[in-house]
Design a protein around this ligand. Structure first.
Ligand code: ATP
Ligand code: MG
Length: 583
């Protein structure tokens, strides 16, 4: 645990009263049915994510409110009200029906962050089909693997991405329809034979209400995991997830209807759908969608131009922003920004504190994973933050730290992070892999694959992925602790720590670090970093070796792939690299 940073006390006053009050009180006697009352179930026991996110706001008279401000990568701007979203998603649902696509069939998107991906997502859910969003930077093989595994019958894509994967499309026997979005006529090439034009289908489709023939248990979203620890798994969710996605949008992101919200995650990853679509829109906020990629200056510009109030991003982005300095954000005006949160990887204390220096607000870390479907552990708005901690479980969630036999370990001791099954957004299957699904449960717990510690105040502290924890001379060392210490050195931009086999100690700690702009790799700096880490960490934990590298291998969603650092170090096969970011 990296507990040597002072607690950041919750503010004495808030611009808007937080949705969640005292942690302990709000958990007492909590029952999910209390929050279910805020969701509008459909008649006959039906439940549909798209209806909850979009149509119900229209039904309540808020159809004219802007749901989405979209900014394209070429500076295009479009805005859609909740009623526009209702009509576009009805149309897409009717397109699927017209094509004879049936309940339960898998519809995949391979698209950039265009408004059409949002219409397709919810239109598919309205039609009772399962939506599988693929990240647009994938090459042909990862697309083929995922579409083949899922038996997808429909692909919605755009011209340049269709070209990229042209060779694999004939190899997918289940694929019946390829629908191509030609945004703003960006492409002048004719459609390939047999392809359908999204624009033509939508123009011809009725915007009459869709059937919404789904229940709590109908499958909804299929997301492949990030591939950080191995071959990505296809986790399938059900419409019931909306309950927790709504609740956590409200509690953990503190969304209020008047918020202008920006989630920087791509819909190709679970954060981009659970919190880039479902949570914000079920909470009735206005969302910003930016099609372009990362640029510190542009991101600050977006926060300023759209007057963003709540911002949800990831440690990798925060580290890149930190790299460009604390002065740059201060040259922008973001007076209404009131809450910032982070997910996806451990957020180093440095990141939390940097938020305060740059914006006067700490980043609030929260923890969840593709399989959990929604936030499980969080630092809420109304909670004191211990920098380096993931926070505490939300109401209705029982999280625990257990040993290999599934028995709880005492507070303060490392163990497996686990959750009691039964939370509303729990995944239902790994597609076609029941054995793997079953292997994730033990002694009444769901095993997350992460290791953590709980302190006596109930805060959870991430130690590392179970696979990444290092055993050095009998000490169990979490990479996060070592990486966080290295990150406190002014020269270090990123750090990845592995256990390197050693004949005496079993493993020794080895760190790979990349440097901030303006620093040069040298033996002297390397030695300085060794000394720095030794001062911060116990001798057993401090890295025995440090290697300065240009960059660390990361997933396309920005997570450090320690398994690749290790495989490369040991000259072993790299395993599945389908989600590895290009250099
Ligand atoms: P794969 O399962 O394919 O190896 P992945 O686990 O990275 O990939 P995701 O479901 O996208 O796939 O990520 C969830 C994981 O990300 C968590 O299990 C955890 O290891 C890490 N994570 C997410 N949020 C946090 C956080 N706040 N602190 C620490 N780790 C986090
Ligand atoms: Mg995982």
């Amino acid at each position: 645990m990296v507990m040597d940073h002072p607690t950041i006390h919750k503010p004495t006053s808030f611009p808007v009263a937080p949705n969640l009050g005292d942690w302990a009180t709000s958990r007492e006697n909590f029952d999910w049915s209390s929050i279910e009352g805020e969701i509008d179930f459909l008649p006959d026991g039906r439940l549909n994510v798209a209806y909850e996110a979009i149509d119900r706001h229209v039904a309540k008279g808020n159809g004219a409110k802007v749901a989405m401000h979209w900014e394209g990568k070429n500076g295009e701007k479009e805005s859609y009200t909740y009623d526009d979203m209702r009509r576009q998603t009805n149309k897409f649902s009717n397109v699927l029906e017209g094509l004879g696509v049936e309940n339960g069939e898998r519809v995949f998107t391979f698209m950039e962050r265009l408004p059409e991906i949002y219409f397709t997502f919810f239109g598919t859910l309205k039609a009772g089909c399962v939506i599988g969003p693929l990240f647009s930077a994938f090459g042909p093989d990862p697309v083929k693997d995922r579409m083949e595994a899922s038996g997808a019958t429909v692909l919605v894509t755009q011209p340049e991405l269709r070209n990229k994967i042209a060779d694999i499309l004939p190899l997918l026997p289940d694929l019946k329809h390829i629908i191509v979005v030609n945004k703003g006529g960006r492409s002048s090439a004719p459609l390939a034979e047999g392809d359908l034009s999204f624009e033509e289908l939508m123009a011809a489709a009725s915007d009459a209400d869709a059937s919404l023939d789904t229940t709590r248990d109908s499958y909804s979203v299929m997301h492949f995991t990030s591939g950080t620890t191995g071959k990505p798994k296809g986790a399938v969710h059900r419409h019931n997830s909306v309950i927790q996605q709504y609740a956590t949008g409200k509690w953990a992101l503190d969304l209020h209807p008047d918020d202008i919200y920006w989630c920087t995650a791509d819909p190709g990853w679970v954060t981009g759908t659970s919190y880039g679509m479902i949570a914000p829109w079920t909470n009735g906020v206005t969302q910003i969608i930016y099609e372009g990629g990362f640029s510190a200056r542009k991101w600050y510009q977006i926060l300023q131009d759209y007057n963003v109030t709540v911002w949800y991003t990831a440690p990798t982005a925060i580290r890149m922003l930190m790299k460009s300095g604390v002065e740059l954000p201060k040259t922008f005006n973001t007076p209404n920004l009131r809450f910032m949160a982070s997910v996806g990887e451990p957020l180093n204390p440095e990141g939390v504190i940097w938020g305060q220096e740059a914006f006067g607000l700490p980043f609030h870390d929260n923890w969840w994973q593709t399989e959990t479907g929604a936030i499980m552990i969080a630092n809420y708005n109304s909670m004191d933050i211990k920098p380096g901690s993931m926070g505490r479980p939300i109401p209705g969630i029982e999280a625990g730290i257990i040993d290999a036999d599934g028995n709880p370990v005492p507070d303060g001791e490392n163990g497996i992070l686990a959750a009691r099954p039964g939370w509303p957004s729990m995944f239902q299957v790994y597609w076609n892999d029941q054995e793997r699904y079953d292997s994730r449960f033990k002694n009444g717990w769901y095993l997350t694959g992460d290791e953590a510690v709980r302190d006596s105040d109930g805060y959870f502290w991430f130690v590392g992925r179970s696979d990444d924890v290092i055993n050095t001379a009998g000490h169990l060392v979490g990479p996060f602790e070592v990486e966080s210490a290295l990150l406190e050195h002014p020269a270090v931009a990123e750090a990845g720590v592995i256990g390197k086999p050693d004949p005496i100690a079993m493993e020794v700690v080895k760190a790979f670090v990349s440097l901030k702009d303006g620093y040069e790799a040298s033996d002297e700096l390397r030695r300085e970093l060794m000394g720095f880490a030794r001062k911060k960490l116990a001798a057993a934990v401090a890295p025995r070796e440090i290697e300065i590298v240009d960059s660390l291998p990361k997933t396309r969603s920005g997570k450090i792939m320690r398994r690749l650092l290790k495989a490369r170090e040991l000259g072993l096969p790299e395993g599945d690299t389908s989600t590895l970011e290009d250099d």
